[in-house]
Design a protein around this ligand. Sequence first.
Ligand code: PEP
Length: 250
Amino acid sequence: MRRKVIAGNWKMHMLPNEAINFIQEIVPLIKDTKNEVILCVPYTDLFYVLLNVQETNIKVGAQNVHWEENGAYTGEISPKMLKSIGVEYVIIGHSERRQYFNETDETVNKKVKSALNYGLKPIICVGETLEQRENGETKKIITTQTRLALEGIEKEKMKDIIIAYEPIWAIGTGKTATVEDANESIKAIRKEIEEIYDSNISNEVIIQYGGSVKSTNAKELFTASDIDGGLVGGASLKPEEFAKIINYEN
Ligand code: PEP
């Protein structure tokens, strides 16, 4: 059976002292969970968070990465740099980066390859806009994004990859996809992965749902057949609320 992975995406929020307080508050609340917990935090929090999650069940991710190891790329952070301080995961291709920072399917693919080469585990985001959904293009968009993100990735690497299905119209809007819709979209992504690789890989790959997940909807989403947990934005900023999402079975 696939594990459940619940990742928080803090986006551009949380100063180091706020991050440390958050960890101190949440650790006792989630100590008994069997679910995998990841905090994807701003670069400026990474080191503080890594120091403070030692001997806890919290793993740490970044929210973006460049594909080069080093070089004249002012303002960028390389996979080697993230790995060197102990970061384990990295979000790649979040819709906010696709929308505001020129992230394309091609740069997503380069980043995924490079992250894997340096031992980082990518959380690859795919999702359709409201217009694409209304035009009946959801399946085509998310399967194409998935295929292009995974181009040239060997099947042995798939165990280190998480896909997050995040309908863009549901991110930060309070609108959540229905469980049926989210599950169907994730099934379509799983089917695409079966076509690229095989059914063993597609049955094992972790595919999360993201888009206005909260403590009140986490259980129905995460117990659907194909949804393996969530990528959580706004609701991951409050320790009690995020702990309830992580402990959704209780
Ligand atoms: C996200 O940032 O990936 C996200 C899903 O945000 P929210 O939960 O706030 O919709």
